[in-house]
Design a protein. Structure first.
Length: 297
């Protein structure tokens, strides 16, 4: 299997940058941003090669869902298998692209179920040189939060980059099933900023404000799907807002049954910033409803 890519070859030599969107089929701002980059990047002003993938998982996109038709989450399936199921084959093709790049940006949102505070993330790579480049890429991208986390989470695009020593970041911007024009603009600006930082383009990065920078070395840090799981299935009602600061024990929200006869409280396990919040009311037992990033007082 080959992914549908759009390559822009610069008129001058330089590095190879890969930018992907649509690893999940319900994340739309990244797809729109990559399509804009396809139109806006002029090869006459580019050094090196820019490879753009507007929709990695076409099967998931066609259904408007996070996972593909085989039910597998591409972001947990890498490096995949050439002879595997559809998502495994896509993961294999994506992994080949990542290994062939010098740098990698993977664009995401919270999809239809979650909203995510705009952030750039990276793994706390064991190689200090790779880590230093990732830090620069994440900070210059220009989103509100920069988050370094556990490098040992497998199955992801960034774990493929980690193993290949390819400096890589991922980005998140809201979600909730929308396609926010501000998110598209922020992603186009951020990708251009990184291209300037890496020498593919001339210019000066446009960074709206200094980001909050947090590096969390604890095992499992960055695994959003295990943070504040729902104790039961039902109707989730949050009482906090995205970006709100909470303390240990503060109420995040409640889950009730369809008759509202049983309500379970979900309290914050940490003191910090709410960076992910489930905004789709239907929740399954064990599903994460929020992520609180621990921050200094």
């Amino acid at each position: 299997m080959e992914l549908k890519t759009f390559e822009i070859h610069g008129h001058q030599p330089g590095p190879k940058l890969l930018i992907t969107a649509g690893v999940h089929g319900d994340e739309f701002e990244p797809m729109a941003a990559v399509r804009r980059l396809m139109k806006e990047i002029d090869p006459r002003h580019l050094r090196g090669k820019l490879t753009l993938v507007p929709v990695v998982s076409e099967s998931a996109f066609q259904m408007g869902r996070r996972a593909g038709e085989d039910g597998k989450d591409l972001a947990r399936t890498c490096p995949g298998r050439e002879d595997g199921s559809l998502t495994e084959q896509v993961a294999f093709a994506l992994s080949q692209l990542i290994r062939s790049a010098d740098y990698f940006i993977d664009l995401h949102t919270g999809g239809t179920t979650y909203t995510v505070l705009p952030l750039s993330g990276y793994t706390l790579h064991a190689d200090p040189n790779v880590l230093a480049v990732q830090r620069r890429m994440a900070q210059v991208f220009g989103l509100d939060v920069v988050w370094g986390t556990d490098p040992n989470l497998d199955g992801r695009s960034l774990s493929v980059a980690r193993d290949a020593n390819v400096p890589a970041i991922y980005c998140e911007y809201l979600g909730g099933g929308r396609c926010d024009p501000a998110g598209i603009d922020a992603y186009v600006r951020g990708c251009r900023n990184v291209m300037i930082e890496l020498g593919l383009l001339d210019g000066s990065p446009e960074i709206p404000r200094p980001p909050l920078i947090v590096e969390d070395h604890r095992p499992g840090a960055g695994h959003m799907q295990i943070n504040h799981p729902s104790p039961c299935e039902g109707f989730f009602e949050p009482v906090v807002a995205l970006g709100q600061r909470v303390r240990i024990g503060d109420l995040i929200g409640t889950v009730c049954d369809v008759l509202s006869q049983r309500a379970e409280r979900i309290e914050s396990r940490y003191t910090g910033l709410v960076i992910v919040l489930q905004t789709f009311p239907t929740v399954s037992a064990g599903a994460s409803v929020a992520v609180v990033m621990e921050t200094p007082p």
